[in-house]
Design a protein around this ligand. Structure first.
Ligand code: CDP
Ligand code: CDP
Length: 215
């Protein structure tokens, strides 16, 4: 069984994905890390994020052990990710890895959860469960801002909001696999919901779809 979770930045995708993975015993892939790792590789090499061939080479050479680098959580990595994510050969190079993870998750997991922007539309259109997690830009920016302060980093709210809106716009406007809810996805607006309520909403949906999974 595959659970696809998509949505804009800081909507609560990862939080929901982690809770569902734990409840159902599924393997979890945060696909944003793939794009962040490619972006950072390009920055470390020559820094030209518009060089399509260089970015595609970096994507083809990506190894799973490169996904645990703590620097991938930085805003610089997020911005670099959203630039290389618009390059078609980069997306194509990352498809196989994501699909293999989804269909043959590492044992002993009985299923896979992938979160990103195009899981339900492109990577796994066959996913049994599709969730589109969203929230207003202001709420998402407040959450990301708080997260940065909690990590002991300095941040300016207006800059965080600007960064999220810039990435959302790029993710929605790109020609390949733009950010959009699949027609058969459950849209969860988390603006006024805490993580417990989002989780309960998702579990109810999974039960209602009768795909045989119980947390
Ligand atoms: O994965 P994504 O970027 O969509 O978001 P996240 O990392 O799951 O959540 C971003 C921040 O919002 C985290 O600090 C979460 O704790 C917080 N959050 C929240 O306040 N309320 C929710 N319903 C979900 C997440
Ligand atoms: O945590 P947050 O939602 O802020 O970002 P992320 O999920 O780590 O994604 C970083 C960037 O990677 C996004 O802004 C997208 O441009 C890109 N991405 C994508 O294009 N497709 C995916 N499946 C996942 C991420």
């Amino acid at each position: 069984m595959i659970i696809a979770i998509d949505g804009p930045a800081a909507a609560g995708k990862g939080t929901l994905a982690r809770r569902l993975a734990e409840a159902y015993g599924f393997a979890l892939l945060d696909t944003g890390l793939l794009y962040r790792a490619v972006g950072m590789k390009v920055v470390a090499a020559d820094g030209d994020l518009d060089d399509e061939e260089g970015a595609a080479r970096a994507a083809r050479a990506l190894r799973p052990d490169e996904l645990s680098n703590p620097a991938l959580r930085s805003d610089a990595a997020a911005q670099a990710a959203s630039k290389v994510a618009a390059i078609a050969p980069v997306r194509a190079a990352l498809l196989d890895f994501q699909r293999t993870f989804a269909h043959q998750p590492p044992s002993p997991a009985k299923g896979a959860i992938l979160d990103g922007r195009d899981i339900a539309t492109t990577v796994c259109p066959d996913a049994e469960i599709k969730l589109f997690v969203t929230a207003s830009a202001e709420i998402r920016a407040k959450r990301r801002y708080k997260e940065l302060l909690d990590r002991g980093l300095s941040a300016i709210y207006a800059r965080v909001l600007e960064d999220l809106e810039e990435r959302d716009a790029r993710d929605k406007a790109r020609a390949v696999s733009p950010l959009v809810a699949a027609p058969d996805a459950l849209v969860i607006d988390t603006s006024a919901m805490d993580a417990d309520r989002v989780f309960a909403t998702a579990v109810d949906f999974i039960k209602s779809r009768n795909v045989g999974e119980r947390p």
